[in-house]
Ligand binder design. Structure first.
Ligand SMILES: *[C@@H]1O[C@H](CO)[C@@H](O)[C@H](O)[C@H]1NC(C)=O
Ligand SMILES: *[C@@H]1O[C@H](CO)[C@@H](O)[C@H](O)[C@H]1NC(C)=O
Length: 265
């Protein structure tokens, strides 16, 4: 239990410190200026992940400053805290990194907005934020932006995937295609083999019945071999996997002669 609590604390601390899969994102936090976006409808969005915004809307207030990494100001100077720093959670989304926050702005009677800041890779950008959207259907506030740190993160993932690392969970995609192709070929070959065996058995049985007038189990072509096959496989497996000599038991120990003899072809 102590270990679990310790792990939980370590995990949440790491999440709060902006570390994702061992990659430290804390330098995404700008100490000079918040990332901002001015929309046509006059709403300004400020974002500064991995810490609090520099923009302080409580300049002359005596109340303790709440933590906020994302906020919006509308034309009437109404301020909405869209991302609470303490709720920040990083997620790897393959081609972008998601910084998820809970907000203090209600979307419906029971729900607050959930804010997702999706940071994409770009080495050279003028406006780091390029897209802001409210989605009232699922109470989501979405911000898309660029940062070069995400390029470094994606690069570090790629280098670690060529040298597999036990901590990587998301790097298996390139290999998945190969894994998908292999069984398809195998299954086709297996089907061809099985249908050949069926064809061989059917034709052999027909020939045995019509040409040689055989009845009962003798209808199966080479039935002595087929009857002994399970035992042959069993002994083969024993020999391969158990590093033992083949069992000295006789081949026909369990041969169900009676059952087979009842079959008519
Ligand atoms: C991440 O880097 C910052 C400095 O850029 C440092 O203060 C912080 O301790 C680092 N976090 C971890 C978990 O290494
Ligand atoms: C904050 O206080 C300073 C003086 O302490 C004052 O000059 C300024 O106008 C105040 N700002 C607001 C928004 O009230």
């Amino acid at each position: 239990m102590k270990i679990l609590i310790l792990l939980f604390i370590t995990f949440t601390t790491l999440a709060y410190e902006c570390v994702l899969n061992g990659f430290n994102f804390s330098s995404i936090h700008s100490e000079i200026e918040d990332y901002s976006f001015f929309q046509d409808n006059g709403i300004i969005t400020y974002v500064n992940p991995c810490g609090r915004l520099l923009y302080d809307y409580l300049v002359n207030s005596t109340s303790p400053s709440p933590d906020y990494s994302v906020l919006t100001i509308d034309v009437d100077d109404k301020i909405d805290l869209m991302g609470l720093t303490s709720s920040e959670h990083l997620k790897d989304k393959k081609d972008y990194v998601e910084f998820k926050y809970s907000s203090s702005v209600s979307c419906s009677a029971t729900e607050n907005y959930e804010t997702k800041v999706k940071v994409y890779c770009s080495k050279d950008v003028q406006d780091s934020i390029f897209y802001v959207k409210y989605d009232d259907s699922d109470c989501e506030f979405e911000v898309k932006m660029y940062h070069s740190l995400v390029c470094k993160y994606i690069e570090s993932k790629q280098t670690s995937s060529t040298h597999p690392h036990p901590d990587d969970h998301d790097d298996d995609d390139d290999d998945d295609d190969d894994d998908d192709d292999f069984p398809v070929v195998g299954i086709i070959l297996l089907l061809i083999l099985l249908s050949s065996i069926c064809l061989y058995l059917i034709i052999g049985a027909v020939v045995n019945v019509l040409l040689f007038k055989r009845r009962g189990i003798a209808v199966i072509p080479n039935y002595v071999f087929w009857l002994s096959l399970p035992m042959l496989i069993k002994d083969g497996c024993k020999f391969i996997f158990c590093c033992k000599k083949p069992s000295p038991e006789p081949f026909y120990e369990e041969a169900p002669d009676q059952d087979f003899a009842d079959m008519q072809f």
